[in-house]
Design a protein around this ligand. Structure first.
Ligand code: AMP
Ligand code: MG
Length: 500
């Protein structure tokens, strides 16, 4: 038996959210599960969080990760939030199957939420069971950790525990709990929850908390709430640009799934594109393509407009002035997004010195890729070889149904490269390699790893996949080559599911 003092060490919590007014959340412990088994512990992340992986993997630690035991410094709570789901406002959503255990300060001095997802019902569960199935938990683990390795702001996954219980969805499925780490779980919808209740006092507490925690620079601004809005807009613009650069489709960009800190959050039916098509949608519930790949910038701006509305009462006492400030802030999104988007595309094309036509050059390639069903990831990855010498062209043109389509574009690209200053080839290639991953969590590989785990209790493909995805910018060894190639026609996955 561990003594209580030893147990404290599992998570040295310091809980700032739990000190906010009580109406921001509901306090309750997670609901224990029958038979916790640790499936995966992210040891590197644990160390970064200044946690002891051995303690986390001990029976006491696993009991905490399963929700069977609340650590001494934990102050478990479910956060209140609202949100627009597919455009329709729902005044009360909230953590219906997640519990914030507490916060730790990581090795970089950044405060991180430790949250259990799938930890049982809460006052926000509505008709849900508060649980998560193993498949979606593994999907979130795989994709969130892949995003982190790609260098894209995201929540992280610290652990997966199976519960020994069955969850009922369309069919009975094994249950699991994910331990999720975020720089906070505050969402656009968290602000909406208090705005719709005209609870300005709570809004101010929340905004002040967010400024102190995520945007301390805003404290010194003439209007800190305006500065907060500006900065959330900037971070989201940057984030969406990063998604587009790697072919990521979030799938459910509801306002309750948009983080105030600018991290990718709430991985549901998310997916990466194989062949490039801006209209790509995978989510089974997104029938009109609201959250299609190419719509994501527009939707982000729409969501940010909902945030601006929620902040109106803080922006200015005068309604008209508040609206004007909100609009000024929102007007900043377009330029910020475009700058981030073009900068990333330049790196992807190996253009080191900006020129005015760079976006149209990149767009020209993207249009041809769409027409020719070219694989998004491999086209850019292989372009690195083509930058070194025209012998590399074969690796790109083979990805196009009509390879000559690439040739014409490549001529224009080479002229542009020749006009890009005296940059050493290896320097250009290393910029391109750092901007063009060779491996992404392709749907068919994710599905394969999930089915092996769920259907056969075999976690080997899951482990192998996350190991490969941890180094997305390196070339994969020959033995793992299948992780770096597009699906065969019979392997293509066309639909993904939320699985809630
Ligand atoms: P999501 O689609 O995961 O972003 O969730 C939308 C809302 O539904 C949030 O308020 C969740 O907490 C809630 N929710 C999703 N799945 C469940 C579940 N199994 N039990 C209770 N609430 C859930
Ligand atoms: Mg959500």
């Amino acid at each position: 038996m561990l003594t209580p003092t030893e147990a404290i060490d599992v998570f040295p919590f310091d809980n700032s959210y739990a000190r906010l007014p009580e109406r921001l959340f509901a306090r309750l412990p997670p609901t224990p599960v029958a038979a916790p088994r640790l499936i995966r512990l992210n040891e590197a992340l644990a160390r970064h969080l200044r946690l002891d992986p051995d303690k986390l993997a001990s029976p006491e630690g696993v009991a905490v990760l399963a929700g069977n035991r609340v650590p001494q410094l934990g102050e478990p709570l479910a956060m209140a939030y609202a949100g627009h789901q597919f455009g329709a406002f729902v005044p009360q959503l909230g953590d219906g199957r997640a519990i914030l255990l507490g916060e730790v300060v990581d090795a970089d001095g950044i405060r991180r939420d430790i949250q259990l997802k799938g930890s049982g019902p809460t006052p926000f569960s509505r008709n849900g069971d508060g649980r998560a199935a193993l498949g979606p938990v593994l999907r979130e683990y795989i994709v969130s950790e892949a995003m982190a390795a790609l260098g894209i702001p995201t929540t992280r996954s610290l652990a997966v525990v199976t519960t020994g219980e069955t969850v009922r969805r369309e069919m009975p499925l094994p249950g699991a709990v994910l331990t999720r780490v975020a720089s906070s779980h505050i969402r656009v919808g968290t602000f909406q929850y208090f705005a719709v209740r005209a609870d300005v006092d709570a809004l101010r507490h929340l905004a002040d908390h967010v400024i102190a925690r995520h945007y301390p620079e805003a404290t010194g601004a003439v209007n800190p709430y305006r500065a907060l809005l500006d900065q959330v807009i900037a971070r989201q613009a940057d984030l969406i640009a990063r998604w587009l650069h790697v072919g990521f489709i979030h799938g459910v960009m509801n306002t309750d799934n948009m983080s105030i800190a600018g991290e990718t959050i709430d991985y549901g039916p998310c997916a990466f594109m194989d062949s490039y098509d801006p209209a790509t949608v995978y989510s089974s519930i997104d029938s009109v393509g609201r959250y299609a790949y190419g719509n994501q910038p527009r939707i982000a701006l729409w969501n940010l407009a909902r945030l601006a509305e929620a902040l109106l009462q803080l922006l200015d006492e005068d309604k008209d002035n508040a609206v004007q400030k909100a609009n000024e802030a929102l007007n900043g999104f377009g330029a910020r997004f475009e700058a981030a988007y073009v900068e990333g595309l330049r790196n992807k094309l190996g253009l080191l010195q900006p020129q005015a036509d760079d976006l149209s050059l990149a767009q020209g390639l993207l249009d041809l890729m769409a027409k020719n069903g070219a694989d998004f990831t491999l086209t850019f990855r292989n372009l690195g070889e083509a930058a070194a010498s025209p012998e590399g062209d074969a690796g790109v043109r083979n990805l196009f149904t009509d390879p000559t389509a690439y040739d014409a574009w490549a001529e224009a690209w080479r002229r542009r490269l020749a006009d890009d200053g005296t940059v050493a080839v290896h320097e250009r290639m290393s910029v391109m390699r750092a901007a063009n991953p060779g491996v992404i969590p392709r749907n068919h590989l994710v599905e394969e790893a999930i089915s092996a785990a769920v259907d056969n209790n075999d976690f080997t493909p899951f482990e192998e996949l996350i190991a490969v995805l941890a180094r997305p910018y390196e070339d994969v060894p020959a033995t793992l080559a299948r992780y770096a190639v597009p699906p065969r026609p019979d392997q293509v996955v066309r639909q993904t599911f939320c699985g809630t």
